[in-house]
Design a protein around this ligand. Structure first.
Ligand code: LLP
Length: 463
């Protein structure tokens, strides 16, 4: 059974070890699907051994479907490559802002990864999932006092972002043991990605300005309440080049050298995340292995050049760990044909479950899960159901002929979809299921209308 989906630009290789795919019935577009994806004898898409159409019948629509095998494989690739190429100690953290929930935290932790959290809510979730506090790092450019207290009391490492925070930590540290922290610095490195997801350039709201470096080191070195263990930087997200991260490695090792002047013994270096993924056939990011190897090599070379001992090397990818592991299944509804202009085909979700197209003009690919071998005959614009003209999921999607009731699967939705989802227009957030070996487990319940009004209060006088 050979699919007739369009080939488009041939991908240069699957980021997730193509040899691990057990079936050959997927066309290159479909190669953007999770590792365990295959087409079954009913011509239907299966993920983790579960028929997607059946999953939708069972758990409702829209539905996030998370493939455990793909997520675990990506965790193992990061972890093992760092072990293989870095001669010192290493620790991969999962940037859980990509998708933070109990099950995801538990899976990545079970693969030996630590977790990067950016709020009290993410921290609370990671702790509840059983992640060991010594593997949790709290980020944020405006952490509240409560968030800092929670992090200190639970024994996490705090990645200090600015002077205000350092002063607050000094205050909070007085009655407890020294606060374990790292310093986030802005490296002044530009990279080619959407301006909203660039963070390493000097005009960024995150981190200390490198011009303040001496002052920051001098201050921290004199505070007995602060146990500064290392440095952190993150230059942006969905990056396809390796050079910016190589440059970052060199700059960060020079910072380590500078810290020594202040008698600060910094033993950890966190290079951030940012590796891009393939959302379309023409995206060509380095593989996890290529990216990780480049980082390990550059840090080792830079340390040798500066005659410094190797620090414990950390990185914190989010998107490249989880994006490809998940698809979103929707049910197709109405269509509007505007002759000579466009055909809109509507799905039962949209910008509330995937705000990335409207926020960053992100491009996704989709397949019709119950017609995997049908020829592609339609170019349609997939519209969401929100009261917003810009709520377009995919412009000019090339699909098999669709009818109401068909199941549309959008690929690569594991990162920054659920985590950025909203209740816009009071749509309940979708459920999420974890699939593996023919079993599907609910990991996020579908919200109900009761959930929608749960926090509403109707003052007595309005009743
Ligand atoms: N570390 C820090 C400090 C970060 O700010 C981020 C992402 C990461 C790590 C993980 O980066 P990744 O490996 O996922 O590229 N909502 C946007 C992405 C925002 C990224 C925010 N920070 C999107 O949907 O594209």
């Amino acid at each position: 059974m050979v699919s007739t989906h369009p080939v488009g630009v041939q991908p240069s290789g699957n980021q997730y070890l193509p040899q691990k795919r057990s079936n050959t019935t997927l066309s290159p577009n479909q190669e953007l699907l999770p590792l365990s994806a295959r087409v079954n004898r009913h011509d239907s898409l299966e993920i983790g051994g579960c028929d997607v159409t059946t999953l939708v019948q069972q758990f409702g629509s829209p539905l996030y479907i998370l493939d455990e095998e793909t997520l675990r494989t990506a965790c193992q690739q990061y972890r093992d490559t760092f072990k293989q190429y870095y001669k010192g100690e290493s620790q991969v953290l999962y940037a859980s802002k990509a998708w933070n929930c109990l099950a995801v935290c538990a899976i990545v932790a079970s693969e030996g990864l630590g977790i990067d959290v950016v709020s009290g809510g993410e921290l609370y979730t990671a702790l509840k999932a059983g992640v060991s506090p010594d593997k949790i790092y709290l980020h944020g450019n405006n952490k509240s006092r409560d968030e800092l207290v929670l992090a200190i009391e639970s024994g996490c490492t705090i990645v200090a972002d600015n002077w205000h925070e350092l002063h607050t930590l000094v205050e909070l540290a007085t009655n407890s043991s020294a606060v374990r922290l790292m310093l986030r610095l802005t490296p002044g490195i530009e990279c080619h990605t959407h301006e909203y997801i660039r963070t390493g350039h000097l005009d960024s709201k995150f981190g200390f300005d490198p011009n303040d470096l001496d002052q920051v080191f001098a201050f921290v070195s004199k505070q007995p309440g602060l146990n500064c263990v290392g440095l952190h930087a993150h230059i942006g997200s969905q990056i396809f080049e390796r050079q910016p991260h190589r440059d970052l490695g060199v700059v960060m090792v020079q910072w380590l050298r500078d810290a020594a002047k202040y008698d600060l013994e910094l033993t950890e270096l966190n290079i951030g995340g940012g590796l891009g993924i393939r959302y379309t056939e023409s995206d060509d990011p380095p593989s996890i292995e290529e990216w990780s190897k480049a980082i390990c090599e550059v840090v080792q070379q830079a340390c040798a050049a500066e005659n410094l001992p190797l620090p414990k090397l950390l990185c914190e990818p989010g998107r490249s760990l989880i994006a490809t592991a998940c698809v979103t299944a929707y049910t197709i509804g109405s269509a509007k044909v505007i002759p000579d202009i466009r055909t809109y085909v509507t799905i039962d979700g949209g910008m509330s479950d995937n705000p990335r197209p409207i926020t960053y003009q992100s491009v996704y690919r989709a397949v019709v899960a119950n017609k995997m071998s049908d020829s592609v005959t339609e170019t349609v614009t997939l519209a969401g159901k929100h009261c917003e003209s810009g709520d377009i999921l995919i412009k000019n999607a090339q699909l098999a002929k669709t009818e109401p009731g068909d199941i549309l699967v959008v690929m690569g939705t594991g990162a920054y979809n659920y985590s950025m989802a909203s209740n816009y227009n009071r749509l309940p957030r979708p459920a999420a299921v974890l699939v593996a070996n023919g079993e599907a487990n609910l990991i996020l319940q579908r919200e109900t209308y009761q959930d929608i009004i749960r926090q509403d209060c109707l003052p007595e006088r309005l009743k």
